[in-house]
Design a protein around this ligand. Sequence first.
Ligand code: PAF
Length: 283
Amino acid sequence: MKIFHNKTDLSTHIHSLKAKEASIGFVPTMGALHKGHLSLVNFGLSDNDFVVVSIFVNPTQFNNPEDLKKYPRTLDRDVELLQTISDSKILVYAPTVEDIYENNVASQSFTFGGLEHEMEGAFRPGHFDGVGTIVKRLLEIVKPDKAYFGQKDFQQLLIVKKMAELYKIPTEIIGCPIFRAADGLAMSSRNERLKSEHREAAPFIYRTLKSAKEKFGTKSAKAVTEWVAKQFKKQELLELEYFLIADTKTLKPVKRKSTKKVYRAFIAVYADDIRLIDNIALN
Ligand code: PAF
């Protein structure tokens, strides 16, 4: 498997593939790969001749320095996992911080039509400036035909789509279904860090989302939101940070239900010091 640690070598190689008319898919990751990432890579391989997987723990998107420090870094294992899919069709880009940021580890400041102020934007100040900065840089380096993002980070997906539109980036941004463990917990690199009792409690998040979806058929968003808050009060090991039902275009919380709008429920929960997010389509 070809592994690149600097952007010049990667660009030269991609350029030579494109000269032979090869199509390039792209899956950006922060490593600690799991089945969710592998499913994105498989989507990429079914649409493209080659898939570039970036593995880079991006410092500018962490608003909590402890979270950045503790984020798992497992490059050798990640490469082994990717090799189980394909050795020749996957290129890994694992840059250093200097290769991406040179001497200035800082975010660009973005506006994404207000999407950046909702949910994760409100609870993690600066997060989407960091995500925007790294994804824009990576798209400029890799210049893929298509890039694949999981719907677990639904707000991130919308923001990346908006950024591609605003900056006229000629890459098709594709959202892929949430990949779940057999017990329903959405796959996340953070799951690895859960203590066993918290891992056992965590599927409650998706179970509650499914019940919220059912209730939303007959009840108001306010009633469903209150019901969810009550369920989490009974949970000792999980602490609800937010639950809300929002319009999937604007991500603004729903005030009055309309049959013309498409809604999703979004949730963020602390399991000890580990923050987990999830979401579900409602209609
Ligand atoms: O979703 C992630 O893992 C990260 O936010 C991304 C898109 C790789 C940017 O660092």
